[in-house]
Design a protein around this ligand. Sequence first.
Ligand SMILES: Cc1ncc(COP(=O)(O)O)c(C=O)c1O
Length: 396
Amino acid sequence: MTDSLLRFRPEFPILERCTYLVSNSLGAMPRTVPDRLAEYADAWRTHGVRAWAKGWWEMPITVGDVIAPLIGAAPHEVGMVPTVTLAQATILSAIPFTKERDTVVMTALDFPSVRYAVEQLAPKFGARVVVVPSADGISIDQAELHEAITPRTALVSVSHVMFKSAFILDADALVQHAHAQGAVVSLDAYHSVGVIPVDVKRSGVDFLAGGVLKWLCGGPGGCFVYASPGASERFAPALTGWQAHARPFAFDPHMEPAAGIARWLGGTPTVPALYAATEGPRIVAEVGMAAIRAKSERQTASLIALADARGYRVVAPREAARRGGTVAFDVPHGAEVAQALLARDIVIDYRPGAGIRVAPHFYSTDAEVERVVAEIDAILATEAWRPFAGSRPTVT
Ligand SMILES: Cc1ncc(COP(=O)(O)O)c(C=O)c1O
């Protein structure tokens, strides 16, 4: 079977140099990114401070417009912000907690950084956090999650796809249930946008935040926040900044939130990151989400089959509809095996409690998927992991 998506491989130079199976951490860089960064440098060199008036100031919205179609949002409904943690904290700061409605619902499998922020901030806003546990460390029981959402729930702030296990929550059902209870929903979509279809209009979600650096191949510093038009009308964040002001250049000492998505922005935008951020999403849009998802389902299924054939424990949902783009191999000496793979230029990452995370993307070949498993076999059989015993895992 020919894999027509492999025609995009030449767009990503790193694929020539290594087996790159880590798009769940940092997507491969498109070859055109250096041109975009040169444009940034040229604008700065040529225009100096006037560059702000030549597009820099509006970049959080104009770049957001590139992301919007990938999540089913309309133009001017997505803004670019520095991090997802900050986006979720900003959203929390907008929720009017009351004595009767004082609860934030999260899950045990949400990304810790977001949980840190929510758990630190919630008490300061008079709110408490309820965390729905995971029985198996892989999945969240959707019925249990729904049960935790009650008329006391003000905000549901959960991951759409879990970072360790790639378990997919049913966003549509979640939003429907939460709205029926009068709760607002904010999804952390870092592990969904770019690898599974996301449609904010279909789900009716109030907020959704993610980043371009993983599955969208857009590099660090380019995170995005979607707010539904209704949410932007109803709420304004306490955690704010001058880009969110209705008239930022009036330097009014008092806050008056801008209309629409701009009110979710903060201070000066991360301009160089925003130059780099658009190339990956542009390619992902060209490839098409349906094709990306179909290939991802097929390659993650073959990773699971290869693991099963060898008796390796897999940390990933078995059901394709509930599985995102990553399969974690929980093999003996996993941290050391991961180091040995990296030394062989097979780029993966390792997460305690999950194992070696393998994340093929639309540009990955089936041979690469088979190779990572064959190398795990070889490393275990020859004990090639031993030299890495006691060494600290590298950051990937
Ligand atoms: C699901 C999820 N949320 C949030 C983050 C981190 O967000 P940020 O560093 O942009 O705050 C990650 C990073 O891997 C993640 O996987």
